[in-house]
Design a protein around this ligand. Structure first.
Ligand code: GLA
Length: 743
C-alpha cells in the first residue's frame, strides 16, 4: 500500500497490492480528474488518459466551449449546475436558490492511518496498516470546501472513499445531494450487476448490459432494504467468478441510498453511490460540515471472486469489531420457527434441555416475551417481561438455560411501536406520522422517531434494564417495517428533509451505546430477514440474519448473492424444520446442515419435535461446525458453480489462509437421469502443496473407502487444473462436503 503525490506533474497515485488508482490536477484552474483505476502500474503520469491534450479538454484554451469541457471531463467529484450534464455528486442551494458549483483543487494531505467518520460506521485502520489521502477542493465563488478522503489498507485491494462538505460562505446553505464516491471511466462494453429481492428472496444477482443513460438502484424505505442493496459493479462481458475485470462499489450505510451508472454520449461510464438525494436535504450553517457515508471501491482482475475476497478481507479486518469478530460464534437455537408466539418458560427450557445434550450452545428467545405480545398485532415498545408467559421471570429462565450449559440470547425490535401498546398510549407523538393523516401500518406497527434523543434514550434504558436483569449474552435486533408518512414532532419544517439520515444516525448511535456498554454481547442485526444486511450494520454486529427463508435450496441463491460482498462469518444461517415454512419444500436434514455451515450456523426448529432421525444427526453437524468453521469464517471464498445460473448444481469452497486445508461444498439440486459425475476445478490452493480429499467422516473421497492416511495424494496444481469429480447422487437436493487437507 502507498499513496504518493507527484508535485511537478500534480498527480495522486494510490497503490494497493495489485491495483493503482490515479488522479490528476488539471489546467491552471485546478480541476481534479480521474485518470486510471485498474491493475497495478508503475508509472504515475498517465494523465494522457484524461485526454487533457485533446479539445475540449483544455478549458483555458477553449473558453468558447467551456461547457463541452464540463460535459465530458472525468471529474473526480462532479458538481451540479455548471455544465456537466451527467449525474452530479454534489448539489447545494444558496440563499438565492442558486445551485451551481465548481470545485477546484486547494490543498491535500497524506497521513498514516485513518480518521473516524463522526456518527457513521466506517472502516478503520492503524498507522501501520492504512494510509489516507485528503484532497481539499473548493468553490472559490460560493466559498464551500469539499474534502475528498481516500484510504488504502495493507494487503487488501480496496479503497475507502468519503466526502466532507464544509460551508465557509458565512451564510446558510442547503445541501441536497452529496454522494460518497464517483468514478469516471471509458466504457469497455461493460455489464453491470446489482442485487435485488424481496422478503425471503434477498440478494438475487441481476446482471445486465450497461445501456446509455442513467441506471442503478435505490432505496426510499429508510433501510438499505431487501428489494435492492447498496452494491453495484461493472464487469467485462467475459468476466465471471474466476476471470475478467470487475469494478465493485459497496456503501457502508443502512438508510436510503442510491447507486448510479451513467453511460454518456461519448461512451464514458460514471459510477456512483451515496445517500439517496430523493427526500434528502441538509441545512449547513456557516462553518458546519456534513460527512457522507463511506463507499468501498474494489477493482479485481480475477473476476467476481477476486472482488468478493477483497470485500471479505476488508470487512473482516477493518469493519467488523468486537469480542466475536475473530471467534467462532456459539451454535444457537432460535425458537421463532419452532413456536412463533406460542411458548412459555417450560417450552423454552424443554428445548434447551434437549438442545444442550446435542451440543447446541445458546438458546435465543425470539419475539413474544414482553408486554401483551401474544401475536404480531400489539405491544412493540412495551419492553417489560411478560411474567404470565415466563413464570418466574427472565432471570429464572436464563439461569435454567445456563444451568444446562447454554448461553441465552433475546430478541428486540427497538425501533418500533404498536398503536396497541402502553408506550403509544403514553407517547403517541413518539411515532413517526404526519399530523392529521392516518398513518399506514405494516404488520400493525409504526416506527419510533429515532431522530429524537428522548425517544432513543427511553428505549435504550428499557433494553439495558432487560439485559442487566439476567445473564444475556446475545441480542437479535430486528426491524420489521419500512418508514413512511415521514413526520417528526420535533424537527422543524425546514429540516424535515434531514429525517431519514438523522433516523439512520439515531440507530447507529443506539447500537454503538449497546456494544460499548455490553462489550461481550453478540449482536445480530435483522430486518424481516435480510432487509438491512449491509456494511453499515456490520460495523455494530459481526453477523446479520440473512433471510427468513431457511429453505436449503432458496438459501443457495440468497447466500450466493450475500457472499458476493459479505464474508461468510457475517451471514446468519440456520437449519430449520421441513416442510419449510416459506416454501413448503422438504430437503434432507444433511443438506440443510451443509448449507447452514456456510454461515454462522444454528438451528431454528423445535428440537423436541423433529424426527428422531434428524435429531440424531445434530451431534455430527455440531462436530462438523467445530471442525470446519475456522476455514469458513476466516478463509478465502471461491465459487465453483452457481445454481442460480445453471438451475441444477451449486458449489463453493473456502480455503484456509495458509492453504493447508479447504472445504468444498457441492449441492446437486435437481437430479437428472443418466448423467455422469461432474468435473469441478478447485481454486485458491497452493499449486505445489500435496493434498488428500476426504469425506466429512475422514474417509477417502477419491475411492469412497479407506481411512485418511490411505487416501490418494494430489498436488494443488492437479486439483486446480484438472479438477475433481463430484459424484452423482440419488434424489434431489443432495449435498456433499469434501475436506481438502494437506498430506
Ligand atoms: C422477523 C424476523 C424473524 C423473527 C420475526 C419475529 O420476521 O426476520 O426472524 O424474529 O420477525 O417477529
Amino acid at each position: 500500500m502507498n499513496i504518493t503525490f507527484d508535485g511537478s506533474a500534480r498527480i495522486f497515485k494510490l497503490d494497493t497490492p495489485r491495483t493503482s488508482y490515479i488522479m490528476g490536477i488539471v489546467s491552471e484552474e485546478g480541476f481534479l480528474g480521474h485518470a486510471y483505476y485498474g491493475k497495478k502500474i508503475s508509472d504515475d503520469d498517465v494523465t494522457y488518459l484524461m485526454r487533457i491534450f485533446e479539445a475540449p479538454f483544455t478549458p483555458e484554451k477553449n473558453e468558447r466551449d467551456r461547457l463541452s469541457f464540463y460535459d465530458c471531463f472525468p471529474f473526480e467529484y462532479p458538481t451540479h449546475g455548471v455544465g456537466d450534464f451527467r449525474e452530479s455528486a454534489l448539489r447545494l442551494e444558496d440563499e438565492n436558490g442558486h445551485r451551481a458549483n465548481k470545485l477546484t483543487y486547494k490543498s491535500h494531505s497524506i497521513i498514516n492511518g485513518k480518521k473516524k467518520l463522526p456518527g457513521l460506521p466506517a472502516t478503520f485502520g492503524t498507522e501501520k496498516d492504512s494510509m489516507t489521502l485528503e484532497i481539499t477542493m473548493e468553490d472559490k465563488e460560493a466559498k464551500i470546501e469539499v474534502v475528498l478522503s481516500y484510504s488504502v489498507f495493507e494487503g487488501i485491494d480496496a479503497i475507502a472513499r468519503s466526502a466532507k462538505v464544509i460551508n465557509r460562505s458565512g451564510k446558510t446553505l442547503k445541501l441536497t445531494k452529496a454522494m460518497s464516491t464517483s468514478l469516471d471511466m471509458d466504457n469497455r462494453d461493460f455489464d453491470k450487476i446489482t442485487l435485488f429481492g424481496s422478503w425471503a428472496r434477498e440478494k438475487a444477482i441481476d446482471r445486465t448490459a450497461v445501456g446509455y443513460g442513467v441506471q442503478g438502484t435505490c432505496s426510499k424505505r429508510g433501510v438499505s432494504s431487501a428489494q435492492h442493496h447498496p452494491f453495484i459493479c461493472l464487469l467485462e462481458k467475459n468476466a465471471d467468478y474466476n476471470k475478467g475485470e470487475v469494478y465493485g462499489q459497496d456503501l457502508v450505510y443502512s438508510g436510503n441510498y442510491k447507486t448510479v451508472i451513467e453511460r454518456s454520449q461519448f461512451d464514458s461510464v460514471r459510477m456512483m453511490t451515496g445517500i439517496n438525494p430523493e427526500d434528502f436535504s441538509w441545512t449547513l450553517n456557516n462553518n458546519e460540515e456534513f460527512n457522507t457515508p463511506e463507499a468501498i471501491l474494489v477493482y479485481s482482475a480475477e473476476g467476481l471472486g477476486g472482488m468478493s475476497r477483497a470485500f471479505h478481507d476488508l470487512y473482516r479486518e477493518h469493519l467488523i469489531r468486537g469480542y466475536y469478530r475473530d471467534k467462532k460464534r456459539p451454535i444457537l437455537i432460535n425458537n421463532w420457527e419452532a413456536t412463533y408466539f406460542n411458548f412459555n418458560e417450560k417450552k423454552l427450557i424443554d428445548i434447551a434441555d434437549c438442545a444442550s445434550k446435542l451440543g447446541i450452545e445458546m438458546l435465543v428467545m425470539d419475539d413474544g416475551w414482553f408486554g401483551n405480545r401474544f401475536d404480531d398485532n400489539r405491544a412493540l415498545g412495551d419492553w417489560d417481561v411478560n411474567e404470565e408467559k415466563l413464570k418466574g421471570g427472565l432471570k429464572y429462565l436464563v439461569d435454567e438455560v445456563n444451568k444446562r450449559g447454554m448461553k441465552f440470547g433475546i430478541w428486540f425490535e427497538p425501533e418500533m411501536i404498536c398503536p396497541d401498546s402502553d408506550l403509544y398510549r403514553a407517547h403517541p407523538d413518539w411515532a413517526i406520522q404526519v399530523n392529521g393523516r392516518k398513518p399506514g401500518l405494516a404488520r400493525n406497527q409504526m416506527v419510533l422517531d429515532f431522530t429524537r434523543e428522548d425517544v432513543t434514550d427511553y428505549i435504550y434504558n428499557k433494553v439495558k434494564t432487560v439485559l442487566n436483569s439476567a445473564n444475556i449474552e446475545y441480542v437479535k435486533w430486528d426491524m420489521n417495517r419500512p418508514l413512511a408518512d415521514i413526520g417528526s414532532a420535533e424537527l422543524p419544517a425546514e429540516r424535515m428533509g434531514e429525517f431519514y439520515h438523522r433516523y439512520t444516525l439515531g440507530v447507529y448511535k443506539l447500537q454503538e451505546r449497546l456494544i460499548t456498554d455490553f462489550p461481550k454481547l453478540l449482536l445480530e442485526n435483522c430486518a424481516s430477514g435480510g432487509g438491512r444486511f449491509d456494511a453499515g450494520m456490520l460495523y455494530y454486529s459481526p453477523q446479520i440474519w440473512a433471510s427468513d427463508d431457511t429453505d436449503a435450496v432458496e438459501r443457495l441463491r440468497i447466500q450466493e448473492g450475500n457472499e458476493l460482498v459479505f464474508p461468510l462469518s457475517a451471514m446468519g444461517a440456520h437449519i430449520s424444520d421441513c416442510p419449510n415454512h416459506c416454501v413448503g419444500r422438504t430437503t434432507p436434514f444433511k443438506t440443510r446442515g451443509h448449507v447452514a455451515l456456510a454461515g454462522t450456523f444454528g438451528y431454528e426448529l423445535d428440537v423436541t419435535r423433529i424426527p428422531e432421525e434428524d435429531r440424531n444427526m445434530i451431534p455430527e453437524q455440531v462436530r462438523m461446525y467445530h471442525k470446519f468453521n475456522d476455514i469458513v469464517r476466516a478463509g478465502d471464498y471461491y465459487r465453483l458453480a452457481s445454481y442460480s445460473e445453471n438451475g441444477c448444481f451449486d458449489s463453493w469452497m473456502s480455503v484456509a489462509k495458509d492453504k493447508t486445508e479447504a472445504l468444498v461444498t457441492a449441492v446437486n439440486v435437481m437430479k437428472r437421469p443418466n448423467v455422469k459425475s461432474r468435473n469441478v476445478k478447485l481454486f485458491g490452493l497452493d499449486p505445489d502443496k500435496k493434498y488428500r480429499l476426504l469425506n466429512e467422516d475422514g474417509t477417502d473421497y477419491t475411492s469412497g473407502m479407506g481411512e485418511e492416511g490411505s487416501a490418494k495424494v494430489l498436488t494443488g496444481k492437479t486439483l486446480m487444473n484438472a479438477g475433481i469429480q463430484i459424484c452423482e447422487t440419488w434424489g434431489d437436493f443432495q449435498s456433499i462436503l469434501i475436506h481438502v487437507k494437506q498430506a
